[in-house]
Write a protein that binds this ligand. Structure first.
Ligand code: SF4
Length: 307
């Protein structure tokens, strides 16, 4: 009871500070349920990027990981962008540096560089175009170059290569530790356990997991697929935070994770208290070198102009 009272008090404080600061709270679908519930907009990277670019709010509070808050700042540099948990990073984004991209450019001077949005601002600044898991195939198909360097996710890059046959795709060896540990054995086990369920997976999973899936898509695309499908049971191959939204919009359907727990520790760092404190104290503001913002915005805006 006392816990509940404290919880409600923090939610009230967040609402109060949000109004006073003219703030917008954006949250990724992998965030804790209580963070998803207080967000003004919940979405995958593409949706959140568009909202960050177009908002009239003075302050953007980004409940996600570091590269997402950076993306909001790049797309709307005049706004104050706060990240409640500045130590929430992305191990995959950290696997590639701007120096890695520049070295690849030297090796393959005729290639275009496509960076997954899960990358630092510095990497975006030396790339030609950015992509998300929603639009990666479309972005690569839009390029005139016959050779494409794709960083950092080798699994997403491999997935793109299944659809883009007229280009050579040079893969970087990065991966998401959360999706990488999902295995073919998991899909076989869950297929046997839930014979009528559809298997929906994220393209950050290894290729053999994608092979056995009924649908491959971003978190938002997985949610849309489950909502529209006539099926009533689904096995989900992505971070477990997505179940909160799935159960909310499809309460009559059954959802099972491919593994008992698929959890991104960084995505779970943000708490209601950290959101309240960031708003109340205007702390953990994202600041970036103006030159990096200018260059990185070119690759992001080029992507957004396609959708
Ligand atoms: S789920 Fe994977 S790609 Fe997403 S933030 Fe966590 S580590 Fe990075």
């Amino acid at each position: 009871m006392a816990e509940r009272k404290k919880f409600m008090e923090i939610v009230r404080e967040i609402k109060k500070w949000k109004e006073q600061r003219n703030a917008l709270i954006l949250a990724h679908l992998y965030q804790r349920p209580e963070i998803q519930d207080i967000a003004d907009l919940l979405g995958d990277s593409l949706e959140l990027s568009k909202k960050a670019r177009d908002t009239e709010a003075e302050v953007i509070v980004f409940c996600g990981v570091w590269f997402m808050a950076e993306t909001a700042k790049i797309l709307n540099p005049r706004k104050t962008v706060l990240i409640p948990q500045p130590d929430a990073g992305c191990p995959m984004a950290d696997m590639v540096t701007a120096a890695d991209v520049l070295a690849l450019r030297e090796t393959y001077p005729d290639a275009a560089v496509v960076c997954y949005v899960n990358s630092s601002a510095a990497v975006k600044a030396v790339s030609d175009i950015c992509c998300t898991s929603s639009n990666a195939v479309k972005v690569v198909q839009s390029l005139k170059e016959e050779r494409v360097i794709f960083v950092p996710d080798r699994n997403l890059g491999h997935y793109i290569s299944r659809f883009v046959k007229d280009k050579e795709i040079i893969l970087f060896d990065g991966y998401c530790p959360v999706h990488q540990q999902i295995s073919l054995a998991d899909t076989q086990k869950m297929r046997r356990a839930h014979l009528d369920a559809a298997l929906l997976v994220h393209p950050e999973c290894p290729p053999e997991v994608l092979d056995g899936a009924d649908f491959v898509g971003s978190t938002k695309q997985i949610i849309d697929y489950a909502a529209k499908s006539e099926k009533t049971a689904f096995v989900i191959g992505t971070e477990g935070g997505v179940l909160h939204r799935l159960q909310e919009i499809c309460p009559e359907k059954q959802f099972y994770l491919l593994q008992e727990e698929i959890l991104c520790p960084d995505m779970k760092k943000t708490t209601l208290s950290s959101v309240r404190d960031a708003l109340a104290q205007r702390k953990h503001e994202v600041t970036l070198d103006p030159e990096v913002i200018e260059k990185a915005s070119v690759s992001l805006e080029r992507m957004l102009s396609l959708s």
